[in-house]
Write a protein that binds this ligand. Structure first.
Ligand code: UDX
Length: 436
């Protein structure tokens, strides 16, 4: 099948590459000429494990093409995926201007039946607005489908090639059949495809992400309470997760959730609720608890140093919002850096993958180390903000030699308590006993 993808951001690029891998001819459209030129020359604009290999393979096989010409791509394909940004506006609601502008252009340019598939995370009712926008421009028949994406950064290809389920919101039998055909390689291997109306499909995405944000936040509160009563959150987590109604995943406490999806989607759902005079009380609480959780270790560091952080040298391991990505959107590291700098601390950070993105925002307000141990040179304390695997099994003796004071504040519970116990380090993690 010939398929067009409009927007080569994270979702567009991964979806396009996956659909090409499944044997389709995929035309990726973007307005950024430089980016399109780069992709034509095999340059992948984002970091994602294993993406480059699959991307290059499909370019070589002549199944994956890039253009700035929407009309050319439209003429070639019956199915058009929209993978456009829907950034939060100032009030937290999703900004639909890109989606509606492209819908308008499609309405003006199309010359035959099209299925317009919304991959972007969009508020309930967007399929209807896309339909109205296109209808205002053309009499040619078309269908609008909602087909939300559930990719995790760092596992995008894995999630995209082997999704837990495919959700298709459509009220047209013809469009449903076309979507079923596209996803046949998945359904053949037993991956379920769930058909529903457009609005339910649009809400499924928000509900799923918000639920996971609530799940994490709930565990963060349990972890904070564990510290009050002397329980161990690792044990509680195992005990809870073994009930398969709860499950083990997304129960890991830490310094809050970040990234491009959870914070944005929770805010947008709260905002959509307000528009219907509906208060999502659980989501409002989640946002508040998460914001607090992000910098919960700063007050611990401050207390440890008797309330004064002026001139204290803090080493920071990890800048990305989670491991295996260079993404720093809504990363807890940034909130911690801001607060620590305000309190007069000096920061040396190490994160070889995300460093470039942080430099663009913070420049030389902090120092950057070339490896995890040199970040510790003369440090008074280490703060761990991202769970990169290279931090999992450090050489505590070498760490002790480098640092002028032995204190670790671990926002990701990287080490077993017993492992740190004889190392001579003060060790504060989340929801577990403090090693002194
Ligand atoms: C998420 C969803 O998982 C994905 O389905 C959706 O399409 C986009 O949003 P992503 O933002 O890439 O994906 O990351 P995810 O792995 O879900 O983690 C989100 C945040 O939660 C990170 O900051 C992570 O550190 C945090 N987290 C996750 C926890 O604090 N504890 C956990 O147990 C799991």
């Amino acid at each position: 099948m010939n398929i067009t993808i409009v927007g080569t951001g994270y979702v567009g690029l991964v979806t396009g590459t996956t659909l090409a891998e499944l044997g389709n001819n995929v035309y990726c459209v973007d307005i950024d000429e430089k980016k399109v030129e780069g992709m034509r020359n095999g340059i992948v604009p984002i970091y994602e494990p294993n993406l480059e290999e699959m991307f290059l393979r499909n370019i070589q096989a002549q199944r994956l093409f890039f253009t700035t010409d929407l009309k050319e791509a439209l003429d070639k394909s019956e199915v058009i995926f929209l993978a456009l940004p829907t950034p939060p506006g100032e009030d937290g609601s999703a900004d639909l201007s890109y989606v509606l502008q492209v819908s308008n252009d499609i309405g003006e340019m199309m010359t035959s039946y099209k299925v317009i598939v919304n991959k972007s995370t969009v508020p309930v009712g967007t399929a209807e607005r896309v339909r109205e926008t296109i209808s205002a421009k053309t009499k040619i028949p078309f269908d609008v489908v909602s087909n939300p994406e559930f990719l995790r950064e760092g596992f995008a290809l894995e999630d995209s090639m082997n999704p837990a389920r495919v959700i298709v919101g459509s009220s047209s039998e013809k469009a449903k059949e076309i979507m079923a055909q596209i996803y046949q390689p998945f359904t053949n291997t037993g991956i379920p495809i769930i058909f529903m109306d457009e609005k339910s499909s649009e809400l499924t995405k928000y509900a799923a992400n918000s639920f996971l944000a609530v799940k994490i936040t709930f565990m963060n509160e349990i972890a904070n309470y564990c510290e009050k009563v002397g329980a161990d959150v690792d044990k509680v987590r195992l005990g809870m997760g073994s009930d398969d109604r709860i499950g083990h995943r997304f129960l890991f406490p830490g310094i809050g959730y970040g990234g491009s999806c959870f914070p944005k989607d929770v805010k947008a759902l709260i905002k959509s609720g307000k528009q219907e005079d509906f208060d999502f009380q659980i989501l409002e609480a989640t946002e508040k608890v998460n914001q607090n959780q992000k910098t919960i270790l700063v007050s611990e560091i401050e207390n440890y140093f008797g309330g004064d952080l002026k001139g204290k040298k803090i080493a920071l391991w990890g800048l990305a919002f989670k491991a295996n990505t260079d993404d720093i959107r809504e990363a807890s590291s940034l909130d911690n850096i801001k607060m620590l700098l305000e309190k007069g601390a000096e920061i040396t950070a190490y994160d070889s993958i995300a460093e470039g993105n942080v430099k663009k925002i913070l420049g030389d307000q902090i120092s950057y180390a070339k490896d995890m141990y040199s970040a510790l040179e003369n440090a008074d304390a280490l703060l761990i903000a991202t769970e990169w695997s290279e931090f999992k099994n450090p050489n505590f003796e070498l760490m002790a030699k480098k640092m002028r004071n032995r204190a670790i504040f671990d926002g990701r519970n990287m080490f077993a308590i017993e492992k740190v116990e004889n190392s001579g380090f003060y060790y504060k993690s989340i929801g577990r006993k403090t090693v002194k």
